[in-house]
Design a protein around this ligand. Structure first.
Ligand code: ADP
Ligand code: ADP
Length: 229
């Protein structure tokens, strides 16, 4: 079942940069799709367009739910994780993770508090909910950003090179954790990376992009996923 679809998408920025040329992509429910390619090939541009964070120059983007076009509907539960942990520095982890709920719901409730606890525990930050971002390592800040995305209980998670700034060991650990969450939760994930290793390790499908102009050059199903215990 399709969840997201970009069709014939071109993106030309105001300064004339052609970031995407004729991009066609259908993301289906339950897939873990990596957008893989060198820096500047339009991965972030495509992801933002899929998220509705960026406008197309030509072409169309559709969001689907159970066969219906849901553009403008609130039922689409999409969460976006940015390249760097974008936490509010003056607020504790718990308040940061709580923020999307403040935007969605009026007031507090035991149920919302439990969702915050669950999200913090899920990403392995149990015990750090009263810390300030600056007291956490880069990997832990990324975990907090992921918790903030998860607290809305999305069924579609878009991540823009979320672990690019982290050391390799931390990145591998987070990769394993994301993989486990994807398997356990039945999400649909679109993940931007320039690491072949990361793309092949994580994905059920790798979409390969090339630069100048940014375009999709290959689309590979990973039939035999990396052994996943
Ligand atoms: P990637 O994520 O693959 O590194 P991007 O989507 O960030 O690629 O960028 C694709 C191309 O578009 C690059 O040449 C980049 O410099 C350019 N670009 C990205 N954002 C903008 C912008 N806001 N204005 C102008 N050019 C941009
Ligand atoms: P990435 O590592 O994904 O390629 P970039 O460093 O290219 O990210 O882009 C970071 C931010 O700067 C993005 O919001 C992008 O839209 C913007 N940006 C990138 N290139 C340009 C550019 N040439 N002119 C203006 N904004 C840009």
């Amino acid at each position: 079942r399709p969840v997201l679809e970009a069709s014939g998408v071109d993106k030309v920025y105001a300064n004339g940069t052609v970031a995407l040329k004729n991009a066609d992509l259908v993301v289906r429910e339950g897939e873990f799709v990596s957008l893989l390619g060198p820096s500047g090939c339009g991965k972030s541009t495509l992801l933002r367009i899929l998220a509705g964070l960026g406008e197309v120059t030509t072409g169309t983007v559709s969001w689907w739910e159970q066969g219906y076009d849901v553009v403008g509907s609130k039922r689409r539960k999409l969460a976006f994780v940015f390249q760097n942990a974008t936490l509010m520095p003056w607020a504790r982890v718990r308040k940061n993770v709580h923020l999307p709920l403040d935007l969605e719901h009026a007031g507090n409730s035991a149920e919302l508090e439990k969702r915050v606890d669950d999200a913090i525990n899920l990403v392995g930050l149990k015990g750090f909910d009263q810390a300030f971002p600056r007291e956490l390592s880069g990997g832990m800040q990324m975990r907090a950003s992921i918790a903030r995305a998860l607290v809305t209980e999305p069924n579609l998670l878009l991540m823009d090179e979320p672990f690019g700034a982290l050391d390799e060991m931390t990145r591998n650990k987070l990769n394993d954790d994301v993989l486990k969450l994807w398997r356990d939760k039945g999400w649909t994930v679109v993940f931007v990376t320039h690491s072949v290793y990361e793309a092949v390790y994580l994905s059920s499908r790798v979409v390969v992009m090339a630069a100048r102009p940014g375009r999709i050059v290959d689309d590979i199903a990973i039939d035999e996923p990396y052994p996943r215990s």
